[in-house]
Design a protein. Structure first.
Ligand code: NAD
Length: 484
């Protein structure tokens, strides 16, 4: 094995777990590169005890003091971009530039966290003569983040800098498929001067997630992953009267109108459905082709053929995921979908056991087919033909998900109508991956998000804090009149 077994990170130290080991594969080669422990509920409890103890001191630092850690953290992320990038590539299978982009986005969240002293000052108002009311934000205590495989460093960093800068302490449970990123984050945070116990990592699977949900000291849980698990975690945590914000899966519709710029649309749609091998909750899933757009579809197919597995297209996370996607493609073709580009059977030179799938485009897909309804999470684009804008909007609205939706058009009128009517939280106008950048917040609608508010940006501040309102009056000299 290339790397020794992963350890948990508790109270400022890497500690071995007593849990059963699970093999960690590199999707690039299909080889086992390490083992991750499936930690136990009692190990979660030990980490929570450390985080609870650390909270006493950390929450007493001023926010201006706390953000100094994240200025340093941002600098360390930048300094270590290439080294961490190659680790992400190895554990997740994405391309080097996609891996580095994760770190750049993490730096952007750290920058936002550093701006929090300017955003969370609270308000003071003289509410009656001589009587002041003041509103202040307080941290919650020990909180937790549970994260998916597709962004081993970026998704943990959606929450870490913000929630810690706001004074909370944290337990991170990363995906057991990509456990390295979390330990690197722990090293960088320690190097940035974060006190022991403020940030902890407990590796594992469902048992660790359930122990986190049920732990009485953990006050809030954020989750990013599939809709099935997001909903289960949300119900479990909130039924215990605790806060939860759970981001789920997606099925993003891109509406293409006949007046769209063919070259720009083709490039953008292909980048959206093949980036990170389609394993992004913001990836294009379905092009809704409105009216006569064959000339654009043709360009999309040509553009897709420039995307080569093992070069500018990364790997699928696991053998099981690859087989699941290939079955979905086969079923769709059996059901009448027409393959314009078929990425099955690709071989990457020197990587015979890597999990690769080339870009795949299926035209004339029917809305009721499984491939049109379920999240595929691979480099697969389905095309559904519709007669007009209204039919396209009905199709988009019928999706149970609501993460992102986009339109390609050169008409400002259609673009505006689309952004008003689309039933998703993140809208693109001629942009296929409409990720809002800080200080705007990230979050979908419907079954792509359970809970209130978004997971990054300004909106996340409410989730990670609670308000305290203090009303003050002094003596008669101040001319106090409580009800005036
Ligand atoms: P997943 O739901 O399988 O796993 C996510 C986390 O939940 C992991 O830490 C995993 O260990 C844990 N987990 C898995 N099964 C569990 C169970 N039965 N009970 C409790 N915990 C469990 O998701 P994934 O495959 O790692 O990630 C891909 C999914 O994440 C896709 O659906 C994608 O759309 C979604 N995602 C959503 C967003 C968003 O912001 N909406 C962002 C990234 C990824």
């Amino acid at each position: 094995m290339k790397y020794q077994q992963l350890k948990n990170y508790v109270d400022g130290r890497f500690v071995p777990s007593e849990g059963k080991p699970l093999d960690v594969y590199s999707p690039l080669s299909g080889e086992v590169i390490s083992e991750v422990p499936l930690s136990t509920a009692s190990e979660v409890d030990t980490a929570v005890t450390a985080a609870k103890e650390a909270f006493k001191e950390w929450s007493g630092w001023t926010i201006k003091e706390r953000v100094q850690v994240f200025y340093r953290y941002r600098a360390l992320l930048e300094e270590n971009k290439d080294a961490i990038g190659s680790l992400i590539r190895e554990e997740n299978g994405k391309t080097s530039s996609e891996a580095v982009a994760e770190i750049e986005k993490s730096m952007e969240v750290a920058e936002f966290a550093c701006s929090l002293p300017q955003l969370v000052g609270g308000e003071t108002l003289e509410v009656s003569r001589g009587v002041q009311c003041q509103e202040e934000r307080y941290p919650l205590g020990v909180v937790s983040s549970i994260t998916p495989f597709n962004f081993p460093v970026m998704v943990p960093n959606w929450t870490i800098p913000i929630t810690l800068a706001l004074g909370n302490t944290m337990i991170l449970k990363p995906s057991e498929q990509v456990p390295f990123g979390a330990n690197k984050i722990a090293e960088l945070l320690a190097g940035s001067g974060l006190p022991p116990g403020v940030f902890n990592v407990v590796h594992g699977d469902r048992a660790v997630v359930e122990a986190i949900c049920d732990h009485p000291t953990i006050r809030a849980v954020s989750f990013v992953g599939s809709t099935r698990v997001a909903e289960a975690v949300y119900v479990r945590v909130t039924s215990q009267h605790k806060r939860a914000l759970c981001m789920g899966g997606a099925k993003n519709h891109l509406i293409v109108l006949p007046d769209a710029d063919p070259a720009m649309t083709a490039e953008d749609v292909v980048a959206s459905f093949t980036g990170c091998a389609g394993q992004r909750c913001m990836a294009a899933a379905t092009v809704v082709a409105v009216g006569e757009v064959d000339h654009i579809i043709e360009q999309i197919s040509l553009e897709a053929q420039k995307v080569v597995p093992g070069e500018n297209l990364g790997a699928i996370i696991s053998k099981q995921a690859q087989e699941r996607i290939e079955h979905m493609i086969a079923d769709a073709i059996d059901g009448g979908a027409q393959p314009l580009v078929d990425g099955r059977q690709v071989v990457v030179a020197g990587k015979p056991n890597g999990y690769y799938l080339g870009p795949t485009i299926l035209d004339h897909v029917q809305p009721e087919m499984e491939i049109a309804q379920a999240e595929v999470f691979g480099p697969v684009l389905t095309i559904i033909r519709v007669a007009d804008f209204e039919e396209a909007m009905s199709l988009e609205a019928a999706s149970p998900y609501g993460n992102a939706a986009a339109i390609y058009t050169s008409s400002g009128g259609w673009a505006r109508k689309f952004s008003q009517r689309a039933s998703a939280g993140m809208i693109g106008i001629n942009i296929g991956v409409p990720v809002p950048r800080e200080p705007f917040s990230f979050g979908g609608w419907h079954r792509s998000r359970f809970g209130v508010g978004d997971i990054t940006g300004r909106s996340s501040v409410d989730f990670w804090t609670r308000l305290k309102k203090t009303t003050t009056k002094w003596s008669a000299e101040a001319g106090v009149d409580w009800m005036s």
